[in-house]
Design a protein around this ligand. Structure first.
Ligand SMILES: [Zn+2]
Length: 149
């Protein structure tokens, strides 16, 4: 296990559009494992690769401490409903704001071996999926807050 350094707001990598993952090898698995360790160590519920300085389209999500999602090249293919809730981000410590997100999202992605996977998730897990997938396009929750002054 290895903890990676989490980049903070202002680092240009956080604003980059990330590259598709094309090689599913052992180092991808190590990166995913390190990202999980880093997320749990930081008490987060999700972490995207650009947050650890890797501009590639992958993220990990775990909102309940048990169900772990590894999303590689994730795409939101359908959404339904809306919900509003307070979000924060490991890259923007101390900031919280209300963001509107879909209530349910359908996502297609690959697993660490390159196998296609699809997910339908709702509520907090849907928020986390959207937040992390936004990171892959350089979008941060503060860009989307609905209570901006
Ligand atoms: Zn974030």
């Amino acid at each position: 296990m290895a903890l990676r350094n989490i980049l903070k707001y202002g680092d240009p990598t956080l604003r980059q559009k990330c590259y598709e993952v094309t090689i599913f090898n052992e180092s991808l698995g190590i990166l995913l494992d390190d990202m999980k360790d880093t997320m749990f160590a930081a008490d987060g519920v999700g972490l995207a690769a650009p947050q650890v300085g890797i501009p590639k389209r992958l993220c990990v999500v775990c909102v309940d401490g048990e169900t772990m999602y590894e999303l590689i090249n994730p795409v939101i293919v359908k959404t339904s409903g809306t919900q509003r809730g307070q979000e924060g981000c490991l890259s923007i410590p101390g900031e919280h704001a209300i963001v509107e997100r879909p209530k349910t999202v359908w996502v297609e992605a690959k697993d660490r071996y390159g196998k296609p996977c699809s997910y339908k998730v709702s509520d907090l897990t849907a928020v986390a999926f959207c937040h992390e997938i936004d990171h892959l396009d350089g979008t941060l929750f503060i860009d989307k807050t609905v209570d901006k002054k």
